[in-house]
Design a protein around this ligand. Structure first.
Ligand code: ADP
Ligand code: MG
Length: 359
């Protein structure tokens, strides 16, 4: 294994005495896309700025391609770090043609090599035909491709992207995100990008670093952070969950949908059971399982979202007004044969069920 392209070690930072980052550590390997994911204000942009050298941390180190660029008594200026940064407003220079936008960061490079590199990159991002065009004639997606080419032109060790797709409208966003992922992968650059959108992180990233209030709370592949969340916060931030509270007895906890294993908890422990909507199955009428009344069935594109109220606990109150923990969301791929007002039986698929101590 070669050394990571980026190593962030125990970064701490604050503004005006207010701690913003505390002990942030993670790494990005060559060719890898890593996403910093977390709610607004958790310190993602600050982390990027420290990596880029736009700011000095109160403590900790940043190592890029084996060189300590931020550390005790040492700061390498941003322009010497071989890091390219793309912000939310990836604004191209309006008065420069596409070709010159991409060539912008290539001052030290001989003219002929500049030309070759720019042509090669525009070809890679599928924008060769627009080399002579001005940015204003390009669509949002095309501008994003040129911005990416501009970021890659100086052959950076590392590309940093801060919420790069949030300015695009939803239809465009999916396609640009997909394009960018493939382009970054083909370029072989190490990429660190920031988003507060969990689905975006899972679509783009080889690895997701989840942050909460200035700390890293989990670091893993998308499947890992979604299917094996380290805390209720991670479980909830990565996707919707239904929640049941219960007490552990004999290594298990009873929920309205059946008994769930609670390994590692002692008898009497107060736990919360978090269940992804796709882990609940709607059975045939009259089958075994907990009875629930269907409040609403909504096809939402790729899946159907079913709202239910657990009949036993509802005591005649259905819908969102029913007591806590008895209004459920179930998600099924495609269409589902279920009608509002029907009473059906529910069962649990043990995967996608998480047990945590109650906070
Ligand atoms: N220049 C600044 N001065 C003072 N506070 C700041 C500054 N930049 C960010 N903060 C604060 O630091 C925290 C983290 O901000 P930021 O890193 O931008 O979070 P994120 O990118 O995850 O939304 C927030 O509480 C924010 O208000
Ligand atoms: Mg930010």
């Amino acid at each position: 294994m070669s050394a990571p392209v980026l190593q962030v070690e125990s970064l701490a930072h604050g503004y005006g005495g207010e701690a913003v980052l505390d002990g942030v550590s993670f790494a990005v390997d060559a060719g890898e896309i890593v996403c910093l994911l977390g709610p607004s204000g958790c310190g993602k942009t600050t982390t990027l700025r420290l990596v880029a050298g736009l700011e000095r941390p109160a403590a900790g180190q940043v190592v890029i391609a084996g060189e300590t660029v931020t550390g005790p008594g040492r700061t390498v200026p941003p322009e010497q770090r071989r890091v390219s940064m793309m912000f939310q407003d990836y604004a191209l220079f309006p008065h420069l043609r596409v070709r010159d936008n991409v060539a912008f960061g290539l001052n030290g490079v001989a003219r002929r090599d500049q030309r070759r590199r720019v042509d090669d990159l525009l070809d890679k991002v599928g924008m060769a035909a627009y080399a002579g065009a001005y940015p204003h004639v390009l669509s949002g997606g095309q501008q994003q491709r040129v911005a990416l080419a501009r970021a890659l032109a100086p052959e950076p060790y590392l590309v940093l992207l801060d919420e790069p797709f949030s300015g695009l409208d939803p239809e465009l966003r999916g396609r640009v995100r997909d394009d960018s992922m493939h382009l970054l992968k083909v370029s072989g650059a190490a990429t660190l990008f920031v988003t507060h959108n969990a689905e975006e992180a899972m679509m783009m990233a080889d690895r997701v670093v989840v942050m909460q209030e200035g700390r890293v709370v989990q670091n893993g592949e998308p499947e890992e952070v979604y299917c094996e969340p380290a805390s209720p916060f991670v479980a909830t931030f990565l996707g919707e969950v239904n929640r049941f509270d219960g007490l552990v007895a004999g290594g298990r906890v009873e929920t309205p949908l059946g008994s769930v294993a609670a390994p590692g908890f002692s008898d009497g422990a107060a736990v919360q059971v978090l269940v992804r909507p796709e882990a609940i199955r709607i059975g045939e009428p009259e089958s075994a399982g907990a009875e629930a009344r269907i409040d609403a069935v909504r096809m939402v594109g790729r899946s159907t979202l079913v709202h239910l109220t657990l009949a036993a606990a509802a005591r005649g109150v259905y819908g969102p007004d029913a007591p806590d923990g008895v209004h459920l969301h179930v998600r099924s791929p495609g269409r589902i044969d279920a009608a509002e007002g029907e009473v059906r039986q529910l069962s649990l698929d043990g995967d996608q069920v998480f047990v945590f101590a109650r906070e």
